[in-house]
Design a protein around this ligand. Structure first.
Ligand code: SAH
Length: 366
């Protein structure tokens, strides 16, 4: 016997759960019952699993836990957006945001602690990658949100959490295997049951993984484009040096399941006098020719020390009108949760600041 901490069952695939149960002789149907309790009912305690035999429950409780990340801080914006700072077993932290709207509620999920991409306008990009999140830590964000929203068992309709976007901290396609496993669990109809049509994965453009994502997950794709020339995009989104615009758009052209009813979203952050000219709007239209696309214009969310400013409302309007006149929907993303630094590109910033100031306090001479 070892004193190892009990294993967390959250994040195991269906097959892995079956295999795990087999290690102590439990039949596959047990794994299925367990799956239902974990992901449909949201049980945190084996004792509550009343359809399972008592001795089986006791056996499970001895060996396993159903651990979600701890909520180390919960904030609510004056617009109803909620942000949770979640702490994992090794004390690393990532953020998760719930954005309620009239007809939906979207959960923005992180895939990494920090990020390797160093996009110039993104605050997360100024922070080093600490590590990839495990499948259980990714799906654990959804479970923690359901806990906080009181949404168990997984409701059929009238949900507060209807949509999931992999748009939090990190580049999901640089942590593909773990994201794949987590998203499979999110989509499972006997569990969390969020349809692939309601899940969007956002990438800065890891071209070789886009195809796999389409073939294996079939979720909606969002692409952080942000510039229409390689010269500019090399600076704003440096992964462009590896996978330039032409390659990225080719991958989008062949992304499966894209149609007029199911478009690829192109995210375009509006940076004053950097990428917001009418000429660039026209160039964008030219580039997207032949792709079923929607362009999401994101007003730049500033952060302390950011080297850019947000475009004026006029410039955003003008840019959007040109794109729109060419037949592409071009909604302006209304910033949500700015007051609690929960908006795009602001994640983690405050917690890092806080920790730094805490550290300063500790190190200050008395
Ligand atoms: N790495 C993935 C996931 C991050 S998604 C990706 O790049 O797509 C976060 C979205 O917010 C991206 O489109 C990102 O480019 C955008 N973003 C980052 N910083 C921002 C900021 N300060 N203001 C507005 N949008 C920002």
């Amino acid at each position: 016997m070892t004193d190892a901490a009990p294993k967390n069952l959250i994040g195991l695939s269906r097959d892995e759960l079956v295999a795990e149960m087999a290690t102590f002789g439990a039949q596959p149907f047990r794994a299925r019952q367990l799956w239902h309790w974990i992901y449909h009912r949201g049980a945190i305690d084996f004792a509550a699993m009343t359809t399972l035999a008592k001795d089986f429950r006791a056996e499970l409780a001895e060996r396993y836990v159903l651990a979600r990340p701890d909520v180390s801080r919960a904030q609510v914006s004056n617009d109803g957006t909620r942000k949770w700072l979640l702490r994992f077993a090794d004390n690393q932290e990532a953020e998760c945001v719930h954005i309620p709207e009239d007809d939906r509620g979207t959960l923005c999920v992180s895939s990494q602690v920090g990020c390797t991409l160093t996009c110039k306008f993104c605050h997360t990009g100024t922070q080093k990658l600490v590590r990839n999140l495990e499948p259980g830590e990714i799906v654990g964000q959804v479970m923690a949100a359901r806990d906080a929203l009181g949404e168990w068992p997984s409701p059929k309709d009238d949900r507060q959490l209807t949509n999931i976007v992999m748009m939090g901290m990190g580049e999901p396609l640089y942590n593909y295997d773990n994201v794949f496993k987590a998203v499979k669990i999110m989509m499972d109809g006997e569990g969390l049951s969020v349809s692939k049509r309601k899940i969007t994965l956002s990438t800065a453009g890891v071209v070789p993984m886009i195809e796999r994502c389409g073939a294996e997950l079939g979720v909606n794709l969002a692409v952080s484009l942000h510039a229409v020339s390689n010269e500019k995009r090399d600076v704003l989104v440096p992964i462009n040096k590896k996978y330039p615009i032409e390659q990225l758009l080719d991958a989008c052209r062949s992304y499966p399941g894209v149609s007029n009813a199911r478009r690829i979203t192109f995210e375009y952050v509006m940076l004053k006098d950097v990428n917001d000219s009418p000429e660039e709007a026209h160039e964008l239209v030219r580039l997207l020719d032949g792709i079923h696309a929607k362009i999401n214009l994101i007003p730049f969310n500033a952060w302390p020390g950011a080297p850019y400013e947000c475009s004026s409302n006029n410039a955003i309007q003008r840019f959007g009108d040109i794109v729109n006149a060419a037949g592409y929907a071009s909604p302006v993303r209304r910033p949500r949760g700015r007051d609690i630094l929960a908006a795009c590109g602001q994640l983690k910033s405050e917690s890092v600041k806080l920790r730094r100031s805490e550290r300063d306090k500790l190190e200050a001479p008395v």
